[in-house]
Design a binder for this molecule. Structure first.
Ligand SMILES: Nc1ncnc2c1ncn2[C@@H]1O[C@H](COP(=O)(O)OP(=O)(O)OP(=O)(O)O)[C@@H](O)[C@H]1O
Ligand SMILES: [Mg+2]
Length: 503
């Protein structure tokens, strides 16, 4: 798996060598925790000056100042202290703190009511946003973000990447979101064979440079191998020829001296294949005047109209909680509309994939047995061959699922999805637990797929590559977006900026 870290925004091309001896004590933020260590410049004043004995709630410093109140030297000391505190407050931007906090929170999608409400009332995803907001607000010298986009909706992802683009200090980022990496990073660090490899530029540049380097290395390896083979041939041929003994000896020496050129290490290439569904009468899914709400008095959306065909490539976007998954569940017949109708061709086969798709399996069984359990009556040999198309083959296919990596489990889930030869593939945040290679493989598979595709995703690269139309869920309706994905993106950036400015 390739991991990109975005480094040093100060000079664009600065060279940062974080694993070459420097010690980091930065703010670290991952999916469950966010901790401030030394170096953030945010320790309470008293704590820094008095050997760390004071705590934020400790009133020790203030009490000492009061005792010295009527002494002239004390007054001077107080004034010096006050001016230092003001200086410090200025340094950390205390006057603009509330406005800055509001900008960050509104950018991450917090309405004014939510901003002022208790965090205990927030769901896990929203608490994650509070963590990110806290990290951004503190603005540490080194900000580390581990998969920050996982719990965000597309609108918040777009805002965050715009914000991070101009982050004035160093940022270390782990992400599988290709567009996000491209927009934010200036350097990439790639983990391969237990080594860190450094590249300048964004993720796409990294991919191009790597491909080029690999090509050159392969050429050098092949040339060296051919030369060695030629020399060996000469040696073998004339080994027992007395007249050429000295020539043979020098060739042997030359061969021994030749440096080994390593071959390119092939990373496991992921392939996903979605079979052709075959013909079916149109339209295959028709949504007519659908209104739905879990509470009938308060519908999530009303009077929705649209159709899905074999050539549909629909991307569904909208804020968290807008009703995207609900819309998919209506199409899947898991929910019934309050009014209106979802009409499906009676021969329709729909496959559903969510980020939790792998949870449907029995982790004690291997991939082949899991599939046979789901589709009884299929011969083991046939199933092994089928799983092989998803690079689940050999011993891997016979290993209990609990020992497979997240990406490998997802590939078994794709195999399950493909087995039914669906006419329509519906995916709800499919990329969250996939690595970049598997995401690319899925993109290629969906591009080649001969059926309809509906996707809810916050991965811009994924939507851009797969979808040809965008449906926006929110504000009580579902509407087809009248422009390209980039128009939508720019509109979101402008909207969040305007919302931040008006706070
Ligand atoms: N079974 C349910 N009963 C009652 N309310 C529900 C149910 N499922 C979802 N909701 C609510 O309906 C709204 C829409 O939920 P839905 O899961 O469709 O949103 P979403 O757009 O998919 O959000 P996200 O981006 O977070 O996945 C949310 O406010 C959610 O809390
Ligand atoms: Mg959802």
């Amino acid at each position: 798996m390739s991991i990109g870290f975005a480094l040093d925004h100060t000079g664009g091309g600065a060279s940062v060598t974080p694993f070459h001896g420097e010690t980091f004590c930065p703010l670290y933020c991952n999916t469950s925790t966010c901790v401030v260590h030394d170096g953030s410049g945010l320790k309470p004043q008293a704590e820094e000056e008095e050997g760390g004995e004071a705590t934020p709630s400790d009133g020790g410093g203030a009490a000492a100042a009061e005792d010295d109140g009527d002494d002239a030297a004390g007054v001077a000391a107080d004034e010096a202290k006050l001016s230092e505190i003001y200086g410090r407050l200025g340094q950390i931007g205390a006057a603009s703190a509330e406005a800055r906090a509001a900008t960050i929170l509104s950018g991450l999608g917090f309405s004014t009511e939510v901003q002022n409400g208790p965090t205990s009332a927030l769901s896990g995803g929203w608490r994650m946003r509070v963590s990110i907001a806290g990290a951004l607000f503190i603005e540490p010298d080194v900000l580390m973000l581990d998969e920050p986009t996982n719990h965000l909706d597309l609108e918040a992802v777009i805002w965050l990447q715009e914000y991070l683009k101009t982050y004035p200090k160093t940022l270390l980022l782990v992400s599988h979101d290709r567009q996000f990496l491209n927009e934010v990073s200036t350097d990439i660090i790639h983990f391969l064979s237990k080594k860190l490899h450094y590249y300048k530029g964004d993720y796409d540049t990294f991919v191009n440079v790597r491909t080029e380097l690999a090509k050159n290395q392969r050429r050098a390896y092949e040339a060296s191998a051919a030369k060695k083979a030629h020399m060996q041939e000469f040696i073998d041929k004339f080994r027992s020829n007395a007249k050429r003994a000295s020539l043979v000896q020098s060739r042997i020496k030359a061969l021994e001296k030749m440096e080994d050129v390593e071959d390119v290490e092939d990373e496991a290439k992921v392939t996903i294949h979605l079979p052709e569904p075959g013909p079916i009468g149109r339209p295959i899914v028709q949504i007519e005047g659908v209104t739905f709400g879990y509470d009938a008095r308060n519908p999530l959306f009303s009077n929705v109209h649209f159709g899905v065909d074999l050539d549909s490539r629909v991307g569904i976007v909208g804020p968290n909680g807008a009703g995207k998954s609900t819309l998919l569940n209506l199409i899947l017949d898991k929910l019934r509309p309050l009014s209106g109708e979802v009409r499906r061709n009676p021969n329709l086969r729909i496959a559903h994939f969510t980020q939790h798709a792998a949870e449907q399996f029995d982790y004690r069984l291997n991939s082949v047995d899991n599939m046979i359990k789901l589709f009884p009556g299929v011969q083991e040999q046939e199933m092994r061959k089928f799983l092989g198309r998803f690079d689940i083959s050999g011993p891997l296919a016979l290993r209990p699922l609990k020992f497979l990596s997240g990406g490998q489990k997802s590939r078994v889930a794709f195999a399950k999805l493909a087995w039914s030869k669906p006419h329509v593939v519906i995916m709800d945040e499919p990329t969250n637990h996939l690595d970049l290679e598997t995401i690319e493989a899925l993109i290629l598979a969906l591009q080649a797929f001969k059926g309809g595709v509906m996707i809810v995703s916050h991965d811009q690269h994924f939507i851009n590559k797969v979808c040809s139309e965008l449906w926006v869920v929110g504000s009580g309706e579902v509407v087809k977006y009248p422009g390209e994905f980039d128009d939508y993106k720019n509109e979101q950036i402008a909207k969040r900026k305007a919302a931040g400015a008006s706070l």
